[in-house]
Design a protein around this ligand. Structure first.
Ligand SMILES: Nc1ncnc2c1ncn2[C@@H]1O[C@H](COP(=O)(O)OP(=O)(O)OP(=O)(O)O)[C@@H](O)[C@H]1O
Length: 359
């Protein structure tokens, strides 16, 4: 669905993307994970033909990019660098304009035109409904919270019923409820056949949503794996027992770690261990085969010095003092891949929370 070969992008002396060879399969929910500044957005912008690569190749749905970008874009829904919109218009009006600007969508005179307008209204209604904005479509977008703008951006990406969704930090600005709703929506779209490719600096977001993961670190793709392989068994079983002392005695040297009632036992067979403990008359309140977490794997690869994934301070401000979105304060213009140039959203929209009052 997306293939890159040795894809590289330099901005002057900055090597933003460094020889990335990536492979996103049809039907994937692919999460590209990496700390701020690791090159995710630059890579996505190259995939969408917004930025030219310095070297390397890109194929999206079998077509070379940017050469065949015009052929590919109608089948791609994208949300990159924050959603853009005309602030003085409602969400519905914005979507209607966007839909009208889509390929083959211009309405002419007569019955055919009325049919097209009817179909457009239905598409816009459905997109608003899907992202949970159906009840607020008369308010101007400038009154929307960042979370609502994010949903509107997603609704725009869904208008064309895309085969591929490309989303840069899709849950940016959403509260936990909003994040869950977007996750459910992406799950649902993926189940219906849409390939989802998203960038995130949040481990948990990728771990919960994605079937395949790529990890970027300083411009390089340092891992690409199926999530089931990432979450491989460790050859340990975790046991919780009120009889922990007796478990330790019975297992004689196979308990690697103990913390109160919680024990980590070296074995690959949880059911055999369970049978043995129960037959010995020991009480077991919990037993499960231990799996690696995405965090274990990322830390293993990027090393203890690279703790920036999910590691920004609690106030969201990176240690180097740049704003929470990682962009210089004067670099916050909003663009859309389809050239639908829109009003800039002020920096005050960044970091605001989804008020949750849109329903
Ligand atoms: N237009 C540009 N001009 C110069 N340098 C740039 C430009 N765009 C990105 N960079 C630099 O390229 C590197 C990668 O940035 P990029 O935005 O792709 O990373 P990211 O992983 O998407 O980070 P974030 O999560 O903050 O968006 C950074 O060092 C950034 O400063």
């Amino acid at each position: 669905m997306i293939v890159t070969r040795e894809l590289t992008k330099r901005f002057g002396r900055t090597l933003a993307v460094d020889a990335v060879s990536m492979d996103v399969h049809e039907g994937d929910r692919y999460g590209l994970l990496g700390p701020n500044g690791s090159g995710k957005t630059t890579l996505v912008r190259m995939l969408l033909g917004l930025v030219f690569a310095t070297s390397g190749e890109i194929e999206v749905m079998g077509s070379p990019i940017p050469r065949r970008i015009g052929q590919v874009l109608p089948e791609v829904g994208a949300l990159v660098e924050g959603p853009g919109a005309y602030g003085h218009l409602s969400g519905r009006a914005n979507l209607t304009l966007l839909d009208a600007a889509g390929p083959g969508r211009a309405a002419g005179p007569g019955n055919a035109s009325r049919r097209k307008r009817g179909a457009r209204r239905a598409r816009v209604d459905q997109a608003l409904e899907r992202v949970g904005l159906a009840g607020v479509d008369d308010r101007p977008v400038k009154t929307y919270s960042l979370g609502m703008r994010q949903r509107l951006g997603l609704a725009a990406a869904l208008l064309s019923e895309p085969r591929l969704l490309v989303l840069d930090e899709p849950t940016n600005g959403l509260d936990p409820q909003g994040i869950r709703e977007i996750r459910d929506l992406l799950d649902e779209l993926n189940a219906a056949g849409t390939t989802v490719f998203l960038c995130s600096h949040l481990l948990t977001e990728v771990e919960q949503l994605c079937t395949r993961v790529g990890v970027m670190d300083r411009g390089r793709l340092v891992l690409e794996q199926e999530m089931t392989d990432v979450r491989a068994l460790t050859g340990r079983v975790e046991v919780r027992s009120p009889d922990a002392d007796r478990v330790v005695a019975l297992l004689d040297g196979r308990v690697e770690h103990r913390d109160g009632e919680h024990l980590v036992v070296r074995t690959t067979d949880a059911s055999e261990l369970n049978t043995r403990l129960v037959e010995a008359g020991l009480r077991i309140s919990e037993i499960r085969a231990q799996r690696r977490t995405l965090e274990d794997v990322v830390l293993e690869i990027t090393g203890p010095g690279s703790d920036r994934v999910d590691g920004t301070p609690a106030d969201g401000t990176p240690a180097d003092g740049t704003p929470a979105d990682g962009k210089p304060a004067d670099d916050r213009s909003i663009e859309r891949f389809d050239g639908f140039r829109v009003e800039e959203l002020g920096s005050d929209s960044k970091g605001s929370r989804d008020s949750g009052d849109e329903t």
